[in-house]
Ligand binder design. Structure first.
Ligand code: HEM
Length: 182
């Protein structure tokens, strides 16, 4: 796919209200009242902070996983999805020094990231953006949307991933919990 730019703007008013901002590892983000996710442009309103990324091709999925994702992944913007979570994160130099094969080995063969994540579809809608290639503040900006009834499932998924070998390479991670009206 052709890369699509994204900007997450933390500010005073926007589509999503901030419930809380939690530093999981490393420095947090400055407090703000709302977050907007703006895809397809590099223009944005001024805010407390702005995080840039690009939506781009998959790096690690095998064909069967890619096909399964295509079938099971819901779209963003479902009316019932009044909860969202933005998790910007970066990985250590040790991660980036691994070969592509070794990274896949850690991410999937040993940490089961994709297999675990697939079990939470279609309850959780997701989108992954890359920031590293464009000199963004974070290597990745990850975005999730779900209904209030699926909060516990999301918490369980995040806890599982944070306990994996893959997450030992995460050196900065912030969790921004958001809600919006129907
Ligand atoms: C909702 C279920 C989830 C599914 C189905 C899922 C699936 C995937 C897949 C398929 C990839 C590989 C993309 C590629 O080939 O480049 C990926 C990467 C990634 N996911 Fe997830 N994921 C889920 C949840 C999460 C959560 C909750 C987090 C954060 C806490 C997360 C963070 C990431 C990151 C940072 C990457 C990029 C890893 C890298 O390139 O080093 N994912 N995910």
């Amino acid at each position: 796919m052709k890369p699509i730019p994204v900007i997450f703007v933390g500010g005073d008013h926007g589509e999503w209200r901030v419930e809380r901002i939690l530093a999981i590892r490393g420095a947090s983000l400055d407090p703000c009242a709302s977050v907007s996710r703006i895809e397809g442009t590099v223009e944005h309103a001024p805010g407390v902070w702005a995080l840039r990324g690009v939506r781009t091709h998959e790096r690690y999925t095998h064909l069967a996983e890619h096909d399964q994702l295509a079938v099971m992944q819901p779209d963003l913007g479902r009316q019932s999805s009044t909860c969202a979570v933005l998790i910007p994160l970066s990985k250590s130099e040790a991660w980036w020094q691994l070969s592509q094969d070794e990274r896949r080995e850690v991410l999937e063969a040993r940490s089961h990231h994709i297999a675990t994540g697939l079990r939470y579809l279609p309850a959780i809608a997701r989108r992954l953006y890359h920031g590293r290639e464009i000199g963004g503040a974070f290597d990745f900006l990850t975005w999730f949307e779900f209904a209030p009834a699926d909060r516990a499932a999301f918490d369980e998924l995040v806890a599982k991933l944070r306990g994996t070998e893959e997450w030992r390479y995460v050196d900065r991670e912030v969790e921004v919990r958001l809600t919006r009206d129907r």
